[in-house]
Ligand binder design. Sequence first.
Ligand SMILES: Nc1ncnc2c1ncn2[C@@H]1O[C@H](COP(=O)(O)OP(=O)(O)OP(=O)(O)O)[C@@H](O)[C@H]1O
Ligand SMILES: [Mg+2]
Length: 302
Amino acid sequence: MVRNVAELLPELEAEDFYLLSGVEQGMRFSEWVQREKLPKFADLTEEEVDYRLERCLKRGLIEKKTIQYEGYTLQFEGYDALALRALVERETIGEFGAPLGVGKESDVYEVRSYKPLALKYHREGYTNFREVHKERDYASDKEHVSWMYTARKAAEREYDILESLYPDVSVPRPIDHNRHAIVMEKMDGVELSRTKLEDHQVLDVLDLLLAEIERAYEAGYVHADMSEYNVFVDESGVTIFDWPQAVPTDHENADEFLERDVGNALGYFRRKYPQQVPDDISSDEMAAAIQDESIGSVTDFA
Ligand SMILES: Nc1ncnc2c1ncn2[C@@H]1O[C@H](COP(=O)(O)OP(=O)(O)OP(=O)(O)O)[C@@H](O)[C@H]1O
Ligand SMILES: [Mg+2]
């Protein structure tokens, strides 16, 4: 698990960030950045570099290795610190709050500015990165720092998709992004998986969810990871989140993904509320209705 760097921020100085961003720049060329290249990348004197390296090493923001040369690389914590600092500097974030969700592909924290927001650090590539790390010699490999690239690309993707869906589709409002981090509005409510709906609410909530899937389709996207864990429910309706893997509707597998998404949504409701959800509904017919933009109500399919 990646440690929360928010509490380190107050003790870090501007030069520590010069050093971190110097290491980040060097990592465009090789995973382990040579010590002797750092003064130039970081725009710091030799003495400053030594002093800052020690401070950043001590705090687990970078890692040191002596193979053929003395080299340094960013830890995910160092990359987090760079992103967080950038978001604080441009006043997207004021206070840092409690974790909202810590998973294998992301860490989400509450943050605040004028209102409660959510900060999602993407971690795609993190799980493989330790493994891959051991086996390959990256010194001459341009694709070397795949975790950094993969996480940043996923964040950019998710941010772009949220921007194109909001506000036509009920998704968290995107606020800002930097590197592998995105800031969005904090959703009210709870995950669908943790909701126990009243009998009379079940079909209404399922209808609302299908309507959002249809709106997203109209806006050009299929979520492609629909589940009770990626939907929030509150009094005002449903919100679909977690979009980095979404595919455009002209993607060659978009129809399959749509059928699977609808099947997942329907399957979940059917398992949890068998009394309320008719079992002769075909999710393929529902997916076809979404493509025709005529989804209406689930009861029309019974
Ligand atoms: N905008 C938000 N407002 C409130 N909570 C959020 C928000 N975004 C994410 N969360 C919380 O963080 C959790 C993880 O977010 P998300 O599903 O986007 O990431 P993930 O990559 O699926 O993570 P995991 O690997 O755990 O599945 C969510 O289940 C939710 O509880
Ligand atoms: Mg999720």
